[in-house]
Design a protein around this ligand. Structure first.
Ligand code: SF4
Length: 237
């Protein structure tokens, strides 16, 4: 257990030992942290991640549920057969649906053309696909290949800055690089899911539950208004 000294508290960024302790506590708090995008195969996960840009996993799961329930093996070929208009009807409830429907069908076409419909588990091949950027590739490599990648979404960015795991920045790549420097090896691919669960269900944008947080004595509470940042107390675990 790491107790903070006065000089440690005045440092904004956590050191490696403190960061390891953060991930140990997060693993205690969120033993079931996992990818919450519903999928039955690799292609469905890739499409779900693409659809989840600027919307919630819950909204994506809800939109895709009838389709995946009627065709649990829904594949790249099925999406091409459904076409852009057909898929737009399926996903009309989520944000940016027309663009996402167009990109998803183009993505399915490319997968069939270049990879016989299979999802490649290599970063370069993934990022070559239409609509697939670094964050999507990181999620796919984490969930499907079990690699210790760090996809930085809004939750990961907010929580890691607040805690002091990284220095404050809007640059997601910089956040990813700084996080990978401090994630303990044994945490591996789980680190991404732990930060997402903590941000989604506890350290939320508007109402972080600092008063009940097991990380209160480590967390730097960077950027929190005083009324949200609870007075530091003696060790609470
Ligand atoms: S102490 Fe507050 S800001 Fe820090 S991780 Fe916990 S809930 Fe988030």
């Amino acid at each position: 257990m790491i107790r903070k000294t006065q000089s440690a508290r005045s440092r904004k960024r956590l050191n490696k030992d403190e960061a390891s302790e953060v991930f140990r506590v997060l693993a205690e708090m969120w033993p079931d942290a996992h990818c919450e995008l519903a999928h039955n195969n690799d292609f469905q996960l890739l499409i779900a991640v693409v659809l989840s840009a600027q919307t919630t996993d819950k909204a994506v799961n809800k939109a895709l549920a009838p389709l995946l329930s009627s065709n649990p093996e829904f594949s790249a070929r099925d999406l091409v057969a459904l076409g852009e208009k057909g898929f737009l009807k399926v996903i009309k409830s989520i944000g940016l649906a027309p663009t996402k429907a167009k990109n998803s069908v183009a993505l399915a076409h490319q997968l069939i053309l270049l990879h016989d419909g299979r999802v490649p588990l290599e970063r370069a091949a993934l990022e070559d696909l239409p609509g697939v950027g670094r964050k999507t590739a990181n999620v796919v490599l984490n969930v499907l290949a079990g690699l210790p990648t760090m996809a930085v979404d809004t939750h990961v960015a907010r929580v890691s800055v607040r805690m002091g795991l990284v220095t404050p920045t809007e640059n997601r790549l910089l956040i990813e690089e700084q996080l990978l420097q401090v994630v303990p090896e044994e945490c591996g691919r789980l680190a991404h899911h732990l930060l997402i669960f903590h941000g989604r269900y506890f350290c939320t944008a508007r109402a972080p539950k600092c008063g009940e947080c097991k990380l209160l004595n480590l967390c730097r509470q960077v950027g929190l208004a005083k009324d949200k940042a609870t007075e530091k107390s003696p060790v609470r675990r």
